[in-house]
Design a protein around this ligand. Structure first.
Ligand SMILES: [Zn+2]
Length: 142
């Protein structure tokens, strides 16, 4: 990956990362890393097929999120933005699974995070089309 291509993709990913971080996790301190090689998890294992990886310290509302731009260069903007949202959503649910002794804890987290991203996309698409459902009237308006 040439520097020009890397820098253009990095700017795009960083734009989404900063924007979505402010919307979803305004109280968190998150550092974003942009790699050109396979990501490693906190145990040092290579994540050859992962375009994003989040390491969080939920008790301090702090996280480090890494993106593999080599993999992301092969994907659409929408897929890459969803990856950004997906990694940020890991922070939202981190507290629920950290320290979980169940072997399927990670799988549950992945499923919940994926559904949250789908829900956020539905809201965004509805807002763009002006088709968000109207809120129910409050008691004072009835
Ligand atoms: Zn995930």
């Amino acid at each position: 990956m040439k520097d020009k291509e890397y820098n253009a993709l990095r700017r795009k990913i960083d734009h989404w990362a900063v924007r979505w971080k402010e919307e979803l996790l305004p109280g968190w301190e998150i550092i974003f890393h942009y790699e050109r090689e396979p990501l490693q998890n906190i145990e040092g294992n290579l994540l050859e097929r992962s375009s994003g990886y989040t390491h969080f310290l939920w008790e301090y509302r702090s996280a480090s999120i890494s993106f593999n731009l080599l993999l992301m260069a092969e994907r659409t903007d929408r897929q890459n933005e969803n990856t950004v949202i997906h990694e940020l959503c890991h922070c939202l649910v981190a507290e629920l699974v950290t320290g979980d002794e169940r072997p399927d804890g990670e799988a549950h987290m992945e499923r919940v995070v994926t559904d949250i991203v789908t829900s956020l996309n539905w809201v965004r698409d509805a807002a763009i089309k002006g088709k968000l459902p109207k809120p129910l009237p409050s008691k004072s308006e009835q």
